[in-house]
Design a protein around this ligand. Structure first.
Ligand code: DQA
Length: 151
């Protein structure tokens, strides 16, 4: 049996297009590249990484519900749903797990509609502007959160 904590890494709409999507903003890395890096980092620091992407808000919400009881934490890049979805916020609030919000780009250096995140109130912290490495920073922070060595 795998006793390593499972961290759900969730990706929302359009993130499946990384690599070809506005590379001047999001870089050339694909979501597959980021997943491979995240799995490797997880293995190094004793986490099982369950990495997923969906373009469907309902599916994202179902996955957050499932995490209650099956995962120890959630790292989420909700894509544009960050700026629109009270439903994703509510799902994150009810799951009662540590949540870390990630964005590849620095959303505060972009259009003003990206400056507001509906989901940040449910997050222990937010990492943005570091491209795919942001997911690795989030996993590092998550190990400390679930070990109780950081609050
Ligand atoms: C994003 C930033 C969002 O504003 C945008 O809608 C995305 C990606 C990021 O990772 O930088 O889809 O979450």
């Amino acid at each position: 049996m795998d006793s390593r904590p499972t961290i759900l890494v969730l990706n929302g709409p359009n993130l499946n297009m990384l690599g070809v999507r506005q590379p001047e903003i999001y870089g050339r890395e694909t979501l597959g590249d980021i997943e491979a890096m995240a799995r490797e980092r997880g293995a190094d620091i004793g986490l099982t990484v369950d990495f997923r992407q969906t373009n469907d808000e309902g599916e994202l919400i179902e996955w957050i519900h499932e995490a209650r009881g099956t995962a120890e934490g959630i790292v989420i890049n909700a894509g544009a749903l960050t700026h629109t979805s009270v439903a994703v916020l509510d799902a994150l609030l009810l799951c009662e797990l540590p949540v870390i919000e990630v964005h590849l780009s620095n959303i505060y250096a972009r259009e003003s509609f990206r400056h507001h995140s509906y989901i940040s109130p449910a997050a222990r912290g937010v990492i943005c502007g570091f491209g795919g490495r942001g997911y690795l920073y989030a996993l590092d922070a998550m190990t400390r959160l679930i070990a109780g060595s950081e609050d």
